[in-house]
Ligand binder design. Structure first.
Ligand code: NDP
Ligand code: 8X3
Length: 250
């Protein structure tokens, strides 16, 4: 049976590159995001390679998430791969200056949204005794950096959820693992700096950042291991990066 992969945050960056990579391998795809125009264009493009359906919802809206997943056509319901990728940083401020709306966004999207998406799909995986969940964490889930406070907290939560999911789903034969990238050149910094493109571009200047395709490759490698092999927790950085705060710039 052709595997069905459910990718959140497929409209940009890592999720978009993963959608492209998986489409070339003929996996059936359920692509998610809020920007419907991008989803529709992507569906049209990737349908040349494989079967694609799209779901537009905000991961923060639990009833909308549930309803969207329940609305899947029968031939897209048996999801075997879930890539929990949707997420972003909002702001980069000292904790005393942080905007509480930014804190809410990061906790609601990166943590609660991931859980809202996972729950109904886990139920399907348990029923089918087959499944692979890949949680996109971050080096920010392994270490904290100045002004990273709440984003780092949200990614530390993803790290804990990844471990907890793996423990709870082990007896059901479901694979669970995290991929934790360092700096990847995507729209991430544009979102973090709220459209200040000049500031966002500076983040990836004077060193070779990871590209979204690099992470898509690793996700592909992870899902194509034999079923008894589960990549539980993987950290990947650009060669020029040694930690969140140590980046060798030219
Ligand atoms: P992008 O900003 O390029 O992509 C983020 C994706 O998440 C978009 O497709 C966006 O879709 C989706 N998204 C954001 N908010 C919501 C929401 N409320 N509801 C539904 N979908 C949402 O960033 P990246 O590709 O870099 O980020 C992907 C993941 O990788 C994130 O979890 C991020 O934390 C993580 N990461 C990124 C790193 C980096 O340096 N870039 C490093 C380590 C981890 P839409 O706006 O259409 O809803
Ligand atoms: C994204 C990487 O270092 O900007 O998760 O937090 S970082």
């Amino acid at each position: 049976m052709t595997p069905i992969a459910f990718i959140t945050g497929a409209t940009s960056g890592i999720g978009l590159a993963t959608a492209h990579r998986f489409s070339k391998e003929k996996f059936k795809l359920i692509l998610c995001g809020r920007r419907e125009d991008r989803l529709k264009a992507l569906q049209e493009e990737l349908s040349a390679h494989t079967e694609v359906t799209t779901l537009s919802f905000d991961v923060r809206d639990q009833p909308a998430v549930q309803q969207a997943i329940e609305s899947l056509p029968p031939d897209f319901q048996d999801i075997s791969i879930l890539i929990n990728n949707a997420g972003n940083a909002h702001g980069l401020d000292f904790i005393q200056d942080g905007d509480t709306a930014d804190w809410d966004a990061m906790i609601d999207i990166n943590v609660k949204g991931l859980l809202y998406v996972s729950k109904p799909i886990i139920q399907t995986m348990i029923k089918n005794k087959n499944g692979h969940i890949i949680n996109i964490g971050s080096t920010a889930g392994k270490e904290v950096y100045p002004k990273g406070n709440i984003y780092c907290a949200s990614k530390h939560a993803v790290d804990a959820i990844n471990q907890g999911m793996r423990m709870d789903l082990c007896e059901h034969g479901i694979r669970v693992g995290a991929i934790n990238p360092g700096l990847v050149e995507t729209e991430f910094s544009k979102v973090r700096f709220k459209g200040d493109d000049e500031r966002a571009d500076q983040v990836y200047k004077r060193f070779k950042a990871l590209q979204p395709e690099d992470i898509a490759d690793i996700i592909w490698f992870t899902v194509t291991r034999p079923y008894h092999v589960n990549i539980a927790d993987l950290v990947v950085m650009p060669t020029a990066q040694a930690s969140s705060t140590m980046i060798k710039k030219s």
